[in-house]
Design a protein around this ligand. Structure first.
Ligand SMILES: Nc1ncnc2c1ncn2[C@@H]1O[C@H](COP(=O)(O)OP(=O)(O)O)[C@@H](O)[C@H]1O
Ligand SMILES: [Mg+2]
Length: 439
């Protein structure tokens, strides 16, 4: 005969589950999966931690990581890995307020996403994440961002070691964004780092005077091949490169080439104007979690050159204060570009301590000839290239490109030198809107 059903007062979750039929248990399990995870009590994270770690609220210690949004999602990704590794042992709890655990999406490639814990608490028994029992609490709401390891007070040092090992792992291959090219933008007043494709640009595609390449190489060596030597000798390493020059001389192109050369070794963060203006401190704070990082601030004059009616430039002040601090940070390399070096306050240049300032010149006749040949060689047309280059006096590399583009659009793949020069002379290759201006 079946045992009598338990009285109402005895109905704990365990008795309900043990009395439920196989089918009902399966449905409950499915329901729990849909809601996020295994059945979780709706205890607050603190109560959950006390229940699993023992002791009272006064004996509970929290070891936190100060973090920005993307770093938090990356820590969440490591937490997911640990939860999977110890799947049979961990207990997942409510983030509080009776809510189920939530998961978020971390974009790790142009079409690649992983689910990472968003808001929840997990108990790791002794011998799983660490020798001691711990809870990890994560909350990715941007106004209460939190990644904390909870332990008893007596075991706080061990919990802090776990926190350190999590942040250290962000600088390794376990961080799926490391070595990638990321675009920094503002989303809902919060910095967002999105993965973008790595540029494929190569040096051959940019015609610059040889001494400039040598200067760039020396700058890069301080962050790569000569880095350890410079540190050992106490000589410091370079932090900031400022690339100046008029519009169209190849500054952005140069940055793309450098980003391509450093990809894999360095994580690159390309800041859009919004991020430069409003989120520069956050951006550098995120950059710090990635290991060696290249921060690209393209067209910095858009931010720095702007002053209000009182002549105040709040963005400039913020920017300087931030750069002052961050250029000292280990493993972060900054490359900024500006169309108008004069728009940079002399104080800005001094205070922000770019170690190297290079100016990309307008291409000379010989360079214009090489740029022309670079674009026209595949068509194999019988041109007097030196003569065409001479006729393009004063043109930037970008101008040369536009003249060729317009000529090909008008005439297809065969055209005469006279036709090319006609396009150049009439100026119809120039866009009439935003000519030599930036949006
Ligand atoms: N020195 C150069 N050699 C070859 N191509 C160039 C050169 N300068 C500019 N270009 C071409 O013009 C395009 C636009 O230049 P860009 O890098 O955007 O200029 P900037 O950032 O200085 O305004 C480049 O992508 C490249 O194709
Ligand atoms: Mg540019």
């Amino acid at each position: 005969m079946a045992p009598p059903p338990p009285s109402r007062s005895e109905r704990t979750l365990d008795t309900i589950l043990s009395n439920a039929s196989e089918g009902a248990r399966e449905s409950l399990r499915l329901l729990a999966e849909i809601l996020g995870n295994e059945p979780s009590s709706a205890l607050s994270p603190t109560t959950f931690a006390i229940q699993h770690l023992g002791g009272g609220v006064l004996e509970l210690a929290s070891s936190r990581v100060a973090t920005q949004g993307t770093s938090l999602a990356l820590l969440g990704n490591l937490l997911r890995i640990e939860m999977e590794r110890h799947a049979g042992a961990v207990v997942i709890g409510s983030p509080g307020e009776g809510l189920p655990p939530t998961w978020s999406q971390l974009t790790v490639g142009p079409d690649e996403r992983v689910s990472v814990p968003g808001r929840l608490i997990v108990f790791f028994p002794a011998g799983t994440l660490a020798a001691i029992p711990l809870c990890v609490h994560i909350d990715d709401r941007h106004w209460t961002r939190e990644f904390a390891v909870l332990s008893t007070l007596a075991q706080k040092p061990a919990a802090e070691a776990v926190v350190r090992s999590f942040t250290a792992r962000l600088k390794t291959a376990e961080n799926p964004l490391r070595g990638r090219v990321l675009e920094a933008s503002c989303v809902e007043n919060s910095l967002h780092l999105g993965v973008t494709s790595t540029p494929a640009s190569r040096r051959e595609s940019l015609i610059l005077p040889a001494p400039l390449w040598a200067e760039i190489d020396i700058f890069l060596a301080s962050a790569t091949s000569r880095r350890d030597l410079m540190r050992r000798l106490g000589l410091g390493t370079n932090r900031g490169l400022l690339i100046a020059g008029p519009p169209g001389v190849g500054k952005t192109h140069l940055v793309r080439i450098i980003a391509a050369e450093l990809s894999g070794q360095f994580t690159t963060i390309l800041a859009d104007a919004h991020a430069m203006r409003h989120q520069i401190a956050e951006l550098y704070s995120e950059a710090e979690t990635f290991g060696p990082t290249l921060v690209v601030l393209d067209d910095i004059d858009l931010v720095l050159g702007h002053r209000d009616a009182n002549g105040d430039n709040g963005a400039l002040a913020d920017f300087l204060a931030t750069l002052d601090g961050v250029l000292e940070r280990k493993d972060i390399l900054t490359i900024a570009t500006t169309n108008d070096p004069k728009s940079l306050d002399p104080a800005a240049q001094r205070a922000s301590r770019f170690d190297v300032v290079i100016t990309l010149p307008l291409p000379d006749e010989d360079s214009r000839e090489r740029i022309l040949k670079g674009y026209l060689a595949p068509l194999d047309l019988p041109f007097d290239f030196p003569a065409v280059a001479r006729a393009l006096e004063g043109a930037t590399g970008s101008d040369v490109l536009e003249v060729v583009r317009r000529t090909v659009l008008e005439h297809g793949e065969t055209f005469t030198q006279a036709q090319l020069l006609d396009v150049a002379a009439t100026g119809r290759w120039q866009a009439t809107v935003n000519r030599r201006r930036y949006l």
